[in-house]
Design a protein around this ligand. Structure first.
Ligand code: NAD
Ligand code: TYD
Length: 351
């Protein structure tokens, strides 16, 4: 094998797409999927590649420094792509410490392990930290986040991600650890856990349950198809300038309410329902505490310097996503019937 790359959080939504891309595209890389298998980690996401000779799974909790160190002793690691995190804003509001432990302490533990094992020779090594546009805060109507926008995180989730970004830059400055960071907008696509807006709405539309829209549904997000995020990660991993930051986005802003209406329309067509039937399920509920109004990413640096661009339009990506969820009913029902049912009740009852 040419190199061994550890992908953390590889059993999660985005991580599983990154693992699949790397395992299939680079047969001479050994891909180590490091994941603690929390509620969001699901090895079912990877059944199609689990028997490939260049893939291995390791159940490791990044909050445990000893476990992380043991993994670095077991493998001769030359690259880390770090996606493992607590990732849902609503959960960060009810349980912030979980986010601080995983996202801040967990990232520090990985950084410590890489410095310890790489410090005699940083050549051909890379610690690639996957972050979010939410670290930049909330925009009013105009403007876009660029790589130099000041950090202004406003939820426990985004504050914990911002802290981890700061640590990554500090280890680069202090220990000369070769790092790169990318900050991406909202992802959607196959395998997303149904606590996030699009798969949650899909599941409710399919089961004719109310679709909860926070506040007035006016909040704006920029949406990117998950496979395009995985492609961007591949491009950055292989071509980045060490120490740099790259914004990744879809140039695809939608108000939540308009997005949900589009999803309803697509699902009415695919489920042979009367036009407008699913829209009747839209229900406005109490707003999220501290709900950021708008995120919008300027990804021109990545496009101009490294030549990446999204490969699908939103309509194409959303259509593919709906098809995947319709074809993988068992995947969704395994999640919805398990521990997630309790979360849904506590999150949405009396809202
Ligand atoms: P996810 O919640 O679907 O998956 C997270 C994965 O991390 C899971 O497999 C989980 O088991 C694992 N994990 C959690 N705690 C762990 C621990 N202590 N040790 C080891 N593994 C652990 O998340 P996602 O949506 O795939 O996001 C992946 C990364 O991308 C995160 O860092 C997130 O901040 C970032 N990101 C996400 C989005 C988005 O829209 N989802 C956008 C931009 C950036
Ligand atoms: P989400 O998928 O949680 O991503 P993020 O908060 O990281 O952007 O939410 C996307 C948007 O949808 C956000 O503005 C909150 C809103 N939302 C709802 O209106 N209803 C819901 O049930 C959920 C989960 C989110």
């Amino acid at each position: 094998m040419k190199k061994t790359i550890v992908i953390t959080g590889g059993a999660g939504f985005i991580g599983s797409h990154v693992v699949r891309l790397f395992v299939n595209k680079y047969p001479d890389y050994q891909i180590v999927n490091l994941d603690a298998l929390t509620y969001a980690g699901n090895l079912e996401n990877l059944v199609d590649i689990q028997d490939k000779p260049n893939y291995v799974f390791e159940k490791v909790d990044i909050v445990n420094q000893k476990e992380v160190d043991s993994l670095f002793e077991k493998y001769k690691v030359s690259g880390v792509i770090h996606l493992a995190a607590e990732s849902h804003v609503d959960r960060s509001i009810t349980n912030p410490n979980e986010f601080i432990n995983t996202n801040v302490i967990g990232t520090a533990n990985l950084l410590n392990a890489t410095v310890k094992h790489w410090k005699d020779n940083f050549d051909d090594k890379l610690f690639y930290h996957i972050s979010t546009d939410e670290v930049y805060g909330s925009l009013d109507d105009g403007g876009f986040f660029v790589e130099t926008t000041s950090y202004d995180p406003r939820s426990p989730y985004s504050a914990s991600k911002a802290s981890s970004d700061h640590l990554v830059r500090a280890y680069h400055n202090t220990y000369k650890l070769p790092v790169v960071i990318s900050n991406c907008s909202n992802n959607y696509g196959p395998n997303q856990f149904p606590e996030k807006l699009i798969p949650l709405a899909f599941n409710n539309i399919k089961n004719k349950k109310p679709i909860p829209i926070y506040g007035k549904g006016e909040n704006i997000r920029d949406w990117l198809f998950v496979i395009d995020h995985a492609r961007a990660i591949d491009t950055i991993f292989h071509n980045c300038k060490i120490g740099d930051t790259y914004n990744i986005g879809g140039n695809n802003e939608w108000q939540n309410i308009d997005l949900i209406k589009l999803l309803c329309k697509i699902m009415d067509e695919k489920l042979n329902r009367a036009e407008g039937e699913s829209e009747k399920l839209i229900t406005y509920v109490t707003d999220r505490a501290g709900h950021d109004l708008r995120y919008a990413i300027d990804s021109s640096k990545l496009q101009n310097e490294l030549g990446w661009k999204p490969s699908v339009t939103f309509e194409q990506g959303l259509g593919k996503t709906v098809d995947w969820y319709l074809e993988n009913e068992q995947w969704l029902s395994n999640i919805v019937s398990g521990a997630y049912a309790g979360y849904y009740e506590s999150q949405y009852n009396n809202r």
